[in-house]
Design a protein. Structure first.
Length: 654
């Protein structure tokens, strides 16, 4: 009715203006009217956010342009929405006040003012509030249909007399009461929604009464599966964390459902509640309805960096090899196609196969067998290697994972330096070094970013990994050493300071460190196990592996990466959403590599000296992760170092 009265008033004014010969200019009044909206703060951040979210003046400002007269109507309709939002926070005697061009909505002079605005001008809309007294909770009562409700269920309300009468808190309390009753085994409990609420104007309080009907207590009955095709039911039953006869607990059923979904062989798992007529005695039957994912998938990935060129890969995966969520993954990657040649000497490849057996001895543990063949053609070294390994991985919690394994590697590595490898005088070349390595990799991982896909954009939480790899070199090179690596990244959303919308402005920090311990001679540490800096994973702006100790190759000018026995690096990056799915990122990277007795040519970034790179670029956010384009510049540019490096990929750098 207020909107209707508003329309009648505007029509009457328009007719009056025409009869009086006023220059109403209907053609211009029908044009879309630009306007700005300013909300006067209530000094309550949560209430401010709710008021803005409730306003169509704000939400439709760009997506649904309106004429000047329709702008008044939109503002009038906002009054009811805003007052409902105010009341939901306990301000039951509040008022929302909206002015357009410093005139109230019922001001007879407002339509002529809007009609006279110059074309493409912006009307100023101000939204203000008169809050009045805030109501608080008075009496809180829980009425049971057949007697008192248990004190534990009543405690789940978490409401107290004197608390602000916030409607969302009251509705949440009703849901908590229902959940508490169900957790006590009352499978078909009911709680009246919404509860009975009575305003007491004299005391400025709100009395609330929750009406509950717990009903009987139940146990779990038979457990069935629907939708199985290739997955073996016997295997699924070994994964169940519930069994028939135990007390009915929705949280335990949900935990079992999530465990089935986490197997990775289903696209969906649901447990629709059994109808009352399906219940026999005090047993509630449980049915898990599953949708099996396609048994085979092929994933493609690729990125580009000016130092490494095009990096492309494909992975074929069988997600249910033996009907027990056994996973076989075959992968192939190549890189070194194109680029500026600063980090590669040719095309490199990497072939891998991995078989994962879940539920090994315990449901939270898996056994992995892997084999890998690789041949990187890098400026730092050329290598041909075959690696085989077995890894036992265990999930300790939702954020912690650990693994331990054994790996053996046979490799042939060539680097243009003397590392106790044979030098052929006649050909003036070095023969490749042969290494046989036995290692015991131990890993601990922590991840609180709550992302199921690492390519998605992290906005909060932390990721950390510690890798400890004792290694024994066998046969030709005898030595024992341990590689220790640690990296950590954390993400801070400025929304926590109420400076931006969620995920709009994020500060990302990264730090990594590594050491090779127990290395008696530098030549005992194979070039591929040494530490290097430069590239998208450490210091952008420098070519891959180019930052750190170098050596001069024989009969050739210039420096080649030698690698080191230690590394430290860090990054600070600001990620800002700009408009829609578009954003920007700016960053500063820094890092240093150290090595005992490293050769450093004058003018190069050598052992223990930090190099810094800076830059940034656009981001386009997609459902599978942001597409990132970065251009980075070295802060200290040595001879032979490119003036910039470019990176294109899917997902953030870290």
């Amino acid at each position: 009715m207020p909107a209707l009265r508003s329309r009648i008033l505007l029509i009457g004014l328009a007719l009056g203006a025409l009869l009086a010969g006023l220059p109403l200019r209907c053609a211009r009044a029908a044009d879309p009217q630009r306007y700005s909206v300013h909300f006067v703060s209530t000094d309550d951040g949560a209430l401010n956010s709710l008021l803005k979210a409730s306003s169509q003046l704000l939400s439709l400002r760009k997506s649904a342009p309106v004429s000047p007269f329709a702008l008044v109507d939109r503002a009038q309709q906002d009054i009811g929405r805003l007052q409902a939002a105010l009341q939901s926070f306990g301000y039951y005697e509040s008022r929302a006040l909206i002015t357009i061009e410093n005139r109230t909505l019922n001001d007879p002079g407002l339509p002529p003012v809007l009609a006279a605005l110059p074309k493409k001008s912006t009307a100023r809309v101000v939204v203000n509030f008169q809050l009045g007294p805030r109501y608080h909770l008075g009496h809180i009562v829980v009425q049971g249909a057949q007697g008192p409700v248990s004190p534990a269920a009543v405690a789940a309300l978490k409401l107290q007399s004197g608390d602000p009468a916030i409607s969302a808190d009251i509705l949440d309390a009703g849901r908590r009461l229902l959940n508490a009753l169900e957790e006590q085994g009352h499978a078909y409990a009911t709680v009246e929604d919404p509860p009975l609420a009575v305003l007491q104007d004299r005391t400025k309080t709100l009395d609330v009464t929750f009406k509950a009907d717990p009903g009987p207590v139940y146990r779990l009955g038979s457990i069935r599966f629907e939708g199985l095709k290739l997955v073996k039911e016997a295997f699924l039953r070994t994964q169940l964390t519930i069994h028939a006869g135990q007390p009915y607990r929705p949280s335990e059923i949900e935990r079992a459902r999530q465990a089935l979904l986490n197997l990775g062989i289903f696209t969906a798992v649901s447990d629709p509640p059994a109808a009352r007529n399906q219940v026999k005695g005090d047993e509630v039957p449980i049915t898990f309805v599953v949708t099996e994912r396609k048994p085979h998938t092929v994933s493609l990935d690729g990125l580009y960096s000016s130092d490494l060129g095009i990096i492309a890969g494909a992975t074929w995966t069988d997600h249910n090899l033996f009907g027990r969520a056994d996973q076989l993954a075959l992968g192939a990657n190549i890189f070194g196609l194109g680029g500026n040649g600063t980090a590669t000497n040719g095309v490199s490849y990497d072939l891998s196969a991995q078989l994962t057996l879940p539920d090994f001895l315990t449901p939270t543990q898996s056994l992995e067998f892997s084999v890998q063949a690789l041949k990187p053609e890098l400026t730092a070294y050329t290598q041909t290697a075959v690696i085989g390994g077995v890894t036992l991985a265990r999930k300790l919690s939702s954020v912690w994972n650990v693994s331990a394994g054994v790996a053996i590697e046979e490799e042939k590595t060539q680097q243009n330096e003397i590392v106790n490898c044979k030098y052929v005088m006649l050909a003036a070349t070095y023969e490749p070094c042969h290494y046989t390595l036995l290692s015991l990799p131990l890993t601990a991982r922590y991840d609180s970013t709550d992302l199921v896909n690492p390519l998605l954009d992290p906005t909060h939480g932390m990721r950390a990994q510690i890798l400890l790899t004792p290694t024994e070199t066998l046969f030709g090179h005898h030595g024992t050493f341990t590689i220790v690596q640690a990296n950590i990244s954390t993400y801070f959303d400025f929304h926590r300071l109420d400076w931006s919308d969620p995920g709009e402005s994020v500060l990302a920090l990264r730090a990594l460190a590594g050491r090779a311990l127990g290395v008696a001679q530098f030549s005992d540490l194979p070039p591929d196990l040494r530490f290097y800096a430069g590239g998208s994973a450490t210091v952008r702006g420098y070519a891959y592996q180019a930052l750190g100790p170098t050596f001069p190759p024989p009969d050739s000018p210039g420096d080649y990466p030698e690698g080191g026995t230690g590394i430290t690096a860090g990054t600070i990056e600001l990620r800002q959403r700009v408009w829609g799915n578009f954003g920007l990122g700016v960053f500063l990277d820094g890092g240093a590599v150290t090595a005992p007795g490293a050769v450093t040519e004058p003018g190069t970034i050598g052992s223990g000296r930090y190099g810094f790179g800076y830059g940034g670029g656009p981001r386009y956010y997609t459902p599978i992760g942001p597409i990132r384009v970065d251009v980075a510049f070295p802060l200290t540019r040595a001879p032979g170092v490119a003036s910039f490096e470019a990176y294109v990929g899917l997902g953030q750098a870290f």
